[in-house]
Design a protein around this ligand. Structure first.
Ligand code: AMP
Length: 199
């Protein structure tokens, strides 16, 4: 009998939301969505959960963000379609039309192995990855030494550069203790004294 060799690649998925879904508050939505991601591959690691200040459109609730690692045999386009169908499952409605506006769940394909993809509707690494502390801080927690294709820098180096280039805004990225998220093992140490301001 022939056996097929599946090629597994490591992708990193950015997760965010600031409106309640049927699953509950944003942190419950992210926890439920992280479990749903297991339908697209294996999720060996996830960052902590972060409370972050909205970027771009300020008059909306703070976001909850996290990044998970996904080992998958899907091609990038199929993976993106899988992410979009999970967004829809959690009530993502693109019709409101405010760029960077409120949403129940946003899933971004941040990195896909060493691949660099520039196609209509699919850009990897995610084009705004290096400018966004709410992405780089959680990504750095689980992938600090991963090299970002096209940038010739690691995630950790991109984060250092962003911190140096940006005026710190107090409370922009705060790591939060979350029972619902930490139900599964998280990469970081358990919290000892509650929330932790990163930025
Ligand atoms: P948004 O509404 O901000 O979630 O943006 C989603 C749109 O960005 C979709 O139309 C995708 O086709 C497109 N897109 C391009 N590259 C990516 C990526 N790496 N991850 C997620 N969406 C992407």
């Amino acid at each position: 009998m022939m056996t097929s060799l599946e090629i597994m690649r490591t992708a990193y998925i950015g997760m965010g939301g600031n409106l309640a879904s049927w699953a509950g508050a944003p942190e419950a939505t992210l926890a439920a969505a992280a479990l749903r991601l297991e339908s697209l591959g294996r999720v060996p690691r996830r960052s902590s959960l972060y409370s972050t200040a909205p970027v771009g459109f300020a008059a909306q609730p703070r976001f909850v963000n996290a990044v998970v690692e996904l080992e998958t045999d899907l091609e990038p386009r199929a993976l993106l379609e899988g992410l979009q169908s999970i967004e829809l499952e959690f009530g993502r409605d693109r019709s409101a039309g405010i760029a960077n506006g409120p949403r129940t769940l946003d899933l971004d394909l941040l990195l896909f192995g060493e691949r660099k993809i520039s196609e209509p509707g699919l850009n990897v690494p995610h084009p705004r990855l290096a400018e966004r502390a709410f992405v780089l801080v959680p990504l750095n927690e689980i992938a600090a030494v991963v090299v970002v294709p096209g940038a010739a820098k690691t995630v950790g180096q991109l984060l250092t550069r962003l911190i140096e280039a940006t005026k710190a805004v107090s409370g922009a990225v705060v790591r939060v203790r979350s029972e619902v998220w930490a139900g599964k093992a998280i990469a970081s140490e358990a919290f000892k004294d509650g929330n932790e301001k990163i930025w």
